[in-house]
Design a protein around this ligand. Structure first.
Ligand SMILES: Cc1ncc(COP(=O)(O)O)c(C=O)c1O
Length: 512
């Protein structure tokens, strides 16, 4: 028979708890248990009285008899008190979501959990509803995916010239490049920045990345200390909120106003600025709303950033997918005295999301960001460089004929699909949508009273189960009300029509 001390040490070890953790848990539970007591138990000098034994067993999620050394297998408790313990020196701890796993001998086993840094991280674009869709597909069902902005599966092919040029350069791109990227790629990006009137950009101010995604992560990691605040739009492309929070910062959401073409609500933005605010994030053109911000709106944001000495991060990955003869203006072009970081890439405008190439451009007043730039360089060096074959086609893609232009004019697929989905959604009773001006997303509003909707994830799951259509719920974009969802209108009109017919039928009977 094992001793009480041995069993106690085993159970504590399995949970990665130290003596001090038990003492703190006892304090919180109002149980009298000092450090000297616990060290006596662990040292095998004494065994506890009944009440203390019960507390220890509950805390460790094991059976009292087992703890005493008896051979009866310990009963697993579904909600161990240990869930409330935060180990002082270990990130491993049990929670009520993670019931104890016992070995064949009945001993609690150490489990490995994800970092608590991920607690505030949300990425529903590939989240639980998507997992359910995958399960349904595995079971042989066809699911129509309107959830992800990946052009290739919908027949938007990479221009032949780009594929050809990459194939020609494959043997020259076997090695690492400079960490910021190939000179030719950065030169082409620099010239692109010049065309967009972004001021004070040299070749050293350009960083290529494995998509804009990598650079969003890198730029936030290099900047934020715990508690620093960044103003992020709501709704947003959720990677921004996730990366701010992962970097230890706090994403503070400013509202974009559906009544005003989904433009940022400047008063709300202003009201959210505190002494901890470091930067404003802008997504323009916007995912998920399809909004394009005019210069008057951008000017107000610049004024606010100037007044409060804030940095501006502008995600402009959809800047070449603008319709109705409108023109995209880079906010950095209006803020030569501020420090700005502008993001773009080829995933959307060149329909080559899979090659993974994006970039960021530092501009304006770089003197005030010397130290931050050092941090960016450090992180850029640490990831060595971005995918080099993909960098090799940046020059080809940015110069010459822009095949995307054919998609965004009347008769072009993006344009016509946008018109179709906008009209079709607005003709459904209980659905309204603002007309997107750019990108390939629409963010319709549901009449929650009519459909009695209180949970948008449930709405997305119900639609998936009933009609096999996969959309992303508004909450997935850090939108606080359960009244929106996003549709990616990349599929051809026939497919969109089928989806709208099914959605119309679904909403004719759906009540949550
Ligand atoms: C606004 C926005 N930024 C960045 C990204 C990521 O792009 P990339 O493929 O360059 O990583 C996306 C992808 O959907 C996006 O919508």
């Amino acid at each position: 028979m094992e001793s009480f001390a041995t069993r106690l040490k085993t159970a504590m070890g399995a949970r990665h708890l130290k003596q001090v953790d038990i003492v703190h848990a006892a304090e919180r539970a109002g149980v009298k248990l000092g450090k000297s007591h616990i060290s006596q138990y662990v040292g095998g000098k004494t065994i506890p009285r009944t009440e203390t034994l019960r507390f220890l067993a509950d805390t460790l999620g094991v059976d009292e008899e087992w703890l005493l050394g008896h051979d009866t297998p310990p009963a697993s408790r579904s909600q161990p008190v240990a869930a409330s313990i935060s180990p002082a020196s270990s990130q491993q701890h049990a929670t009520s979501d993670h019931p104890i796993i016992l070995s064949e001998e009945g001993i609690p086993m150490r489990q490995f959990h994800k970092s608590t840094k991920l607690d505030n991280v949300l990425y529903d674009v590939r989240g639980p509803v998507v997992d359910e869709a995958a399960r349904m597909e595995e079971a042989g069902m066809h699911v129509l995916k309107l959830n992800i902005g990946n052009p290739a599966p919908f027949g938007f092919r990479t221009p032949d010239e780009v594929v050809y040029d990459m194939s020609r350069q494959l043997t020259d791109t076997e090695g690492y490049s400079a960490s910021k990227g190939l000179f030719s790629a950065r030169k082409a990006i620099m010239q692109y920045a010049q065309l967009k009137n972004i001021p004070n950009v040299g070749i050293e101010d350009i960083y290529t990345g494995n998509g804009v995604s990598e650079l969003i992560n890198l730029s936030m990691s290099a900047l934020l200390d715990d508690g620093d605040e960044v103003l992020v739009p709501s709704p947003d492309y959720p990677l921004w909120t996730a990366c701010v929070n992962l970097a230890g910062g706090t994403a503070v959401h400013y509202v974009c106003d559906e009544q005003s073409e989904w433009y940022p609500d400047i008063d709300d933005m202003r009201s959210k600025i505190t002494d901890r605010t470091v930067a404003i994030v802008l997504i323009n053109p916007n995912n998920p709303t399809g909004a394009l911000y005019p210069p008057e709106v951008l000017q107000q944001i610049v004024d606010l950033a100037r007044e409060h000495q804030l940095m501006i991060f502008s995600d402009e990955i959809y800047d070449r997918l603008v319709m109705d003869g409108l023109k995209h203006v880079s906010i950095a072009s209006m803020a030569p005295d501020l420090f700005c970081v502008t993001f773009s890439g080829l995933s959307k405008s060149h329909m080559i999301a899979g090659y993974r190439v994006g970039w960021m451009v530092l501009s304006g007043n770089k003197r005030i960001a010397k130290d931050y730039i050092e941090g960016l360089n450090m992180l850029a060096n640490m990831r060595i460089c971005s995918n080099v074959p993909a960098q090799s086609i940046v020059q080809t893609a940015l110069g010459g004929h822009q095949s995307v232009n054919d998609y965004i004019v009347p008769g072009g697929r993006i344009h016509d699909q946008r018109d179709y989905i906008y009209n079709a959604l607005n003709s459904i009773d209980g659905v309204t949508a603002v007309k997107p001006k750019a990108a390939f997303y629409i963010f319709p509003k549901l009449d929650v009273k009519k459909f009695n909707i209180t949970d948008d994830e449930e709405f997305a799951l119900d639609l998936l189960h009933d009609k096999r259509i996969l959309i992303t719920r508004g909450g997935g974009f850090n939108w606080q009300e359960p009244d929106h969802f996003r549709i990616v209108y990349l599929p051809r009109i026939e497919v969109l029509k089928d989806a709208v017919d099914k959605l119309t039928d679904f909403l004719s009977y759906y009540r949550q």
